[in-house]
Ligand binder design. Structure first.
Ligand code: AMP
Length: 177
């Protein structure tokens, strides 16, 4: 018998979400976003990394970034989750600026179980995940060496090819100093 999984299926996936901010009290922005995500009906938080800081990836005339990664059990579809995360970005006052420009909060779906998704508005694994220290190191903190990045292999091996590039681990919130 063929099983069809609908958009609203209650199948649970292990999902990793990347959080980033470099405007309007970034540590607080990350905490607010984490709380908003954890409160969503289809989400159960299962892990949260330390907060890390790093120089901006794009234009250099903007503040350093804070980044973290959250692990959740998720019963939303990937598209439903994307919409929920975009709503949280808007609630926290995100305004589109230049490419790789400053932002109050940026929420990215890094991994959605072991799924590959290539849709016009959604790419999973997230583009650049495998090259960005500010994603890989916090992801490793909660996912560990054995986490499989679909299409790329084990996280522990992938990390060996990506230097820290100025990435520094802060504490649980990024406001400790
Ligand atoms: P950004 O400016 O980095 O927040 O990119 C936002 C755009 O990336 C949105 O239009 C999303 O539809 C798109 N996007 C593609 N893949 C993803 C993903 N895995 N997680 C979040 N946004 C994504």
């Amino acid at each position: 018998m063929t099983q069809t999984i609908s958009e609203n299926s209650a199948q649970t996936e292990t999902v990793y979400i990347g959080l980033g901010s470099n405007l309007s009290e970034p540590g607080q922005q990350l905490q607010n976003a984490r709380l908003s995500i954890a409160k969503l009906a289809g989400i159960e938080e299962t892990g949260y990394s330390s907060v890390y800081t790093s120089p901006p990836m794009g234009p250099q005339d903007q503040p350093d970034y804070l980044n973290s990664v959250m692990a959740v059990n998720c019963t939303f579809s990937a598209q439903q989750l994307l919409k929920q995360l975009q709503d949280i970005e808007i609630q926290q006052g995100r305004i589109k600026t230049r490419r790789w420009g400053e932002r109050t909060v940026d929420l990215d779906i890094l991994l959605f179980g072991q799924q590959h998704i290539n849709q016009t508005d959604l790419t999973i694994p997230h583009t650049g995940l495998t090259e960005r220290a500010f994603v890989l190191y916090p992801l490793h903190e909660i996912g560990g060496d054995e986490l499989i990045i679909p299409g790329y292999g084990k996280l522990g091996q992938l990390m060996q090819t990506v230097p820290l590039n100025g990435l520094t681990r802060l504490g649980e919130t990024g406001n400790e100093n």
